[in-house]
Design a protein around this ligand. Sequence first.
Ligand code: FS2
Ligand code: SF4
Length: 541
Amino acid sequence: MFCYQCQETANCSGCTVSGVCGKKPDTANMQDLLVYVTKGISAVTTQIRAEGKQIDKSINHLITLNLFTTITNANFDKNVIVERIKTTLKVKENLLKEVSDKSALPSASLWNGNESEFAAKAATVGVLATENEDIRSLRELITYGLKGLSAYSKHANVLMEDNEELDAFLQRALSMLLDDTLSVDDLVALTLETGKFGVDGMAMLDKANTSAYGNPEITKVNIGVRSNPAILVSGHDLRDLEMLLEQTKDTGVDVYTHSEMLPAHYYPTFKKYSHFVGNYGNAWWKQKEEFESFNGAILMTTNCIVPPKDSYKGRMFTTGAAGYPGVKHIGGEIGEIKDFSEIIEVAKKCKPPVEIERGEIVGGFAHNQVLSLADKIVEAVQNGDIKKFIVMAGCDGRAKSRNYYTEFAKALPKDTVILTAGCAKYKYNKLNLGDINGIPRVLDAGQCNDSYSLAVIALKLKEVFGLDDINELPIIYNIAWYEQKAVIVLLSLLYLGVKNIHLGPTLPAFLSPNVLNVLVENFGISGIGSVEDDIKLFFNK
Ligand code: FS2
Ligand code: SF4
């Protein structure tokens, strides 16, 4: 196996024996093959579109789900990956019949094989199959961006939002990653185009979420517990949460969020459920201890899964793109109502959660809410009460080096405001950093995809202050990344023209020295230093 798609990759270079995330080598290899056949089918759909014919939505959904399934910590179940390869090959064979001119199709579009041939094929199509390290670096940067984009698309698709232009791009981009004639410059251009569609994808999801559940609003979220048996929901899929809340009504079972599901509490629709109690625990990587003390049933709607302990594996469930061998998976296609009765029955037999903390956290500062406070914020900036905003969106993770973000938040001058989204927030959202004229110093927009809100807010401030360039705003970008959704967020920010982003705790292993140079020279991307040095750097203090 060779995988270097996430921040925790072994020795900051690549997992080769087994994944630091827990992914086994044979599963990793099957994921490589799944990505390969997904590129292959994408070249077929791209050709069909070029010949003036249409592609059914179900094919678009198959492609995005394939990529989503291979995101870090989403699906550890080799059998699921194998089944997806088989389905993709079958669907592709049918699509090939619709192609008039097959002459330009790459070999990945024409390859087929049965399961006994998968392992041998997988060994030839992984990341290292591209020899030139700069081409490999750009191909992987784009692939990871497309994986993140696929995840966001899927969340919008389950809420019946689709964007054919976005899917057509995603498939064209995947097919271009098979094209050996493309130069570094071509791939740099494709990287930026991926960022453009990253913005579109996040906008689509924002529209889907807010149309279905209302605009997030300032909300105090309880972090304590009640004495009923309960279900803990993690991941990012709001539609799954909605179905679960409906099905748990009047059952005596409470529902809590974990990690990236916390922002669900900010949506008006979810507030009407009196058994939707609060948020339990912290970011994804703390799940081993927190799932144990939670006592109840657990539903993982997406990544990030940590290989479960036996003590709670039996009360854990997955759905959607998520999967883990030996953990019960709840099926259900887009548009179908999933049947969560088994989880509810398990929960009823469980003890109530053990209280691990008490109190409240405040969030709900997505674009609509922040723009309704715009006058107050602009006034605070103009009279000097707010000197700087720090975008600290992104991911949390296990690495001790991530304590940097807690210490950095504590060390920030008191006239700064943190804008956050994603599970990165758990490094500082319980620090009680206070407020400036009633504006909290940590403004949480929501999940990682709600980084879109932060971009909307920045663009609005640029307009209000009459600036020509987004980079003239008093905003510093100090982003923490972990998996591939952070990659699409990064590419989206680059597309919007944001410069001088600091990325940590380490720079991606998949950036070759030359590709990193391109990002440094054109966008001023850099890593992080010590808290002390960075505070000096950002604030001249
Ligand atoms: Fe956190 Fe994991 Fe949100 Fe990432 S829960 S690192 O999936 O996308 O951020
Ligand atoms: Fe390693 Fe990350 Fe890949 Fe897992 S996802 S195998 S930790 S690089």
